[in-house]
Design a binder for this molecule. Sequence first.
Ligand code: HSE
Length: 347
Amino acid sequence: MSKLYKIAIIGFGNVGQGLTKILSDKYVLLNERFGVDIRIVAVCDLYKGSVADPDGLDPKMLLSSIELAGDLKNLNTKYTGWNAKEMIANSGADILVELAYTDLKTGEPALSHVKQALNNGMHVSMTNKGPVALAFPELRDIAKQNNVQIGIEGTVMSGTPSLNLGNEMLLAAGITKIQGVLNGTTNYILGEMEAGLDYQIALTQAQELGYAEADPTGDVDGHDAAAKIVILGNLFMDLALTLSDVDCTGISHISTGDVAKASLQNKHWKLIGTVAKAETGFTASVKPEMVSKNHPLASISGATNAITYSTELLGDITLIGPGAGRLETGYAVIEDILAIHKSSKAI
Ligand code: HSE
């Protein structure tokens, strides 16, 4: 007998649609192999509309409405028109899936959504970096008080289990430094520029492929990677970083000429994020670096990301995998839900 999880989704862009596709394609596998019956009971998107049914919405119907009409507004469902706040209060969902756009200055509106859901006794899964980079300790306390879980796997390296690896496997080994290519969009752009494409065309392609943020300035100016450095440093190195602690330079000043020059020297440009313990305090940065072709990060191409955890007991451990994408990030929510299920079975 599988356990029913009703989920309510805020934000029906790339990630929301990717998640819905996975839930449609993998429903039987999740049910039979993992014992979870995951049903979407509400979807709320500022531009595409809002639909809800406590008995469950057909994922195929949601996706075909987007494909045919570009929104959810003509669907005939039990409830329509709820805003995010009303949806959290009324949908009867067990889990809020917060996928709205990331605001790294205030975390809003996602931060308020997440607090409301936790205080309502709902678990939360989010790929939104804003609330995690800005207020994770507070959110963790609220979750604890309400006896619910927060899943954040998708905030770093999409569905590649970078946070799970750090948290479950490496924390006890003493993490002293974390370094990696942590933004898929910029890595894709730099690779395409190397292949001769213009910066702007490469950025447009990254948007079309679902890699970029709703506002891609966050990607190209390095702030998205900086938010990930903040999340990693705070989760695994006992730091209390804010974005202003990260010395951050993006890639927008890198020209086709710079990329060609690097190629002539047998080098690649990579946007590299680092957080490390120092003799006093820490260092944290995001900056483009020219790496030689035999550098471990040189072969990380397209929207692939890589993270190296340097540890006291095991030395360096590197994980390579997708850093962005519809299905890739949607899958992170599945990981979060399975973790919530596992911990509920352990109680
Ligand atoms: N815009 C982000 C990236 C998405 O390109 O890496 C995943 O966080």
